[in-house]
Design a protein around this ligand. Structure first.
Ligand code: NDP
Length: 537
């Protein structure tokens, strides 16, 4: 969102900044309980007027506020009510892709599936060593074709299992209105509204994820203890064949979403066309693609097949550890418990999740579609997988330390997110840390020209740093990794990845907020100067 006459110097700074960040972030997929690379690519854009939705009303806005870590200097006038608006509000859209961004997109489209394959194959064939396959290949002890030949291919059983799984989740999503909110005090479910989109649309969602999670897990436990229809190790036993199925779905849904965006979008005014096919494919064209009234792609793929499966996958790994080693280690219990808390938190707060970046700002493309189908279930569960091959039994102090770190991370994550949600929901009429919250008044304009009013919280955790919710998330992520001991690098991939993901997400979000709120955002960054770690960053 940038005035049509964006000063050249600002444009240059923006571009350089985008490139710098993209270089730093290049080469790794990444999103909320998900995904891939927009985290690394979103910023690599250059402003240009009048791109987006050709033939559908067009857009005059520009997306390009100069971003600077601690205090964005851009006034970001376009769309910002107090910044001398030039055009309509178009935050988060109308981008043009530079060469580096394009190269990164193509790289990730081609290689992200191999990155996932590499990790899973390393466990399967090299007992989770990341270096052994590289050394084998480098020294000629193995050829790529040998490794590939030892890799299980897709099987009929895996295809049936996966189809059944996805079909069951679709069924739970579309045909079972939420009943949990009727008897669970404090739980918000049923029909809820999302945030205002850039085109000014407010979508309705059926929030029934907790119910889907409970039913799925009740069936899992019923099977494990009474029905015995399948072995609880079924997921582990078919892990690589299922990977191929997940990839097929990930690519199919991303391709469908792309075609749909061009041919029959749900909301044409919320489409984003950069003029680059690969970038559109990866980052998505449609903002909220839907089939019918209720099947929302973003909510379903972000929240269902992958995240509901996360805890089941961990349970299957625990069952396999029991089968192979005769017991379940305390590290496996810790990983299962800490990650289950995170997953349950997600479903308990699904209505809140409608207001997070994934749903509010990201378009639906390969980054979310493939990322949710493949990246999330396969790479977020690496700790459990590792512990099947390396049954680490932690000393009591180590286990207690991991538990405390995980729980305190979760506390910061949850309370920070709750404070912002409470503040926004009540319009500031609430108490935060026992006091009336302080806020910065701000305003912006949506693409339909309407002005909106908003507030930025400067109390509670939001007064300590601008993204302490990410810091809490990182503490929890570190705890999962530390639960695996120090034998191998593989389980630590998660904290490295999350650090890159959330740091870059933080930068990307601030870039967007600077565009959206202009000088009001500058007042906020002046009041709260640090992002993730007070005094450091
Ligand atoms: P936030 O919940 O931090 O949302 C950022 C948005 O909040 C901003 O764009 C802005 O939106 C608004 N905002 C920013 N500052 C303030 C303030 N001071 N007061 C009020 N509103 C403010 O980010 P996410 O949606 O990325 O993350 C939500 C949670 O999900 C986080 O805890 C994160 O850790 C987690 N997450 C987990 C991932 C995973 O893979 N495990 C990946 C990504 C996120 P607006 O336009 O409304 O003003």
């Amino acid at each position: 969102m940038r005035p049509e006459r964006a000063a050249r110097s600002v444009f240059r700074c923006h571009l350089e900044d985008g490139l710098r960040r993209a270089r730093a972030a290049a080469g790794r997929p990444g999103g909320r309980l998900s995904r891939v690379p927009e985290e690394s690519l979103g910023a690599v854009v250059s402003p240009r007027p009048g791109i987006c939705c050709p033939g559908r009303g067009g857009e005059k806005g520009l997306m390009a506020a100069k971003h600077q870590p601690n205090a964005p200097k851009t006034k970001s006038p376009g769309s910002v009510a107090n910044g001398g608006a030039v055009t309509q509000g178009q935050w988060g859209r109308a981008w043009e892709v530079d060469w580096f961004s394009l190269a990164s997109v193509i790289f990730l489209l081609l290689f992200a599936p191999f990155i996932v394959y590499f990790f899973i194959m390393a466990c399967d064939q090299y007992s989770c060593s990341l270096t052994a396959p590289v050394v084998d290949l480098a020294t000629g002890h193995a050829r790529l074709s040998d490794i590939w030949a030892k890799t299980p291919s897709v099987t009929k059983k895996a295809a049936q299992l996966y189809t059944l799984w996805v079909a069951f989740q679709v069924l739970l999503y579309v045909s079972l209105p939420d009943f949990c909110h009727k008897f669970l005090p404090g739980y918000v479910g049923g029909v809820q509204e999302g945030a205002v989109t850039p085109a000014g649309v407010v979508n309705k969602y059926e929030i029934n994820g907790l119910q889907a999670w409970l039913i799925t897990h009740a069936l899992w436990f019923a099977n494990a203890h009474f029905l015995s229809w399948f072995s609880p190790t079924i997921i582990f036993d078919n892990w690589i064949p299922l990977l191929w199925c997940a990839n097929i779905l990930g690519y199919a849904v991303s391709t469908f979403a792309m075609v749909k965006g061009y041919c029959f979008p749900t909301s044409a005014r919320d489409c984003k066309f950069t003029g680059n096919f690969f970038y559109n494919y990866m980052m998505g064209v449609e903002f909220n693609p839907r089939i019918g009234k209720w099947f929302d792609f973003k909510l379903f793929f972000n929240g269902r097949p992958g995240i509901v499966a996360w805890t089941l996958i961990n349970l299957s790994f625990a069952a396999k550890q029991q089968e192979l080693h005769g017991h379940v280690t305390n590290s496996m219990v810790l990983v299962n418990v800490l990650q289950a808390i995170y997953v349950l938190d997600f479903f308990w707060n699904e209505a809140w999740y409608l207001k997070t970046i994934d749903i509010c700002h990201d378009h639906f493309g390969w980054y979310l579609g493939w990322g949710d189908c493949v990246w999330l279930p396969y790479l977020y569960t690496l700790q459990g997988l590792y512990l099947v091959y390396h049954p680490v039994q932690l000393s009591m102090p180590h286990a207690v330390g991991v538990l405390l770190l995980g729980l305190s991370g979760y506390y910061v994550f949850r309370v920070a997110n709750h404070q912002k949600d409470l503040f926004r929901r009540t319009g500031g009429r609430c108490l935060i840390w026992g006091r009336k919250p302080k806020a910065i008044e701000c305003a912006y304009t949506s693409a339909d020209g309407r002005k909106h009013h908003s507030q930025l919280l400067v109390s509670g955790f939001w007064g300590v740093a601008r993204h302490l919710n990410y810091t809490g998330d990182l503490m929890g992520s570190l705890a999962y990794c530390l639960a695996c001991g120090g034998g191998h690098l593989l389980p630590y991939f998660y904290i490295v990845y999350m650090t890159i993901l959330l740091t870059h997400r933080c930068l990307r979000d601030e870039h967007r907020c600077a565009s959206k709120y202009g000088s009001d955002w500058e007042r906020y960054t002046a009041a709260v100067p640090y992002r993730l770690l007070p005094g450091i960053f």
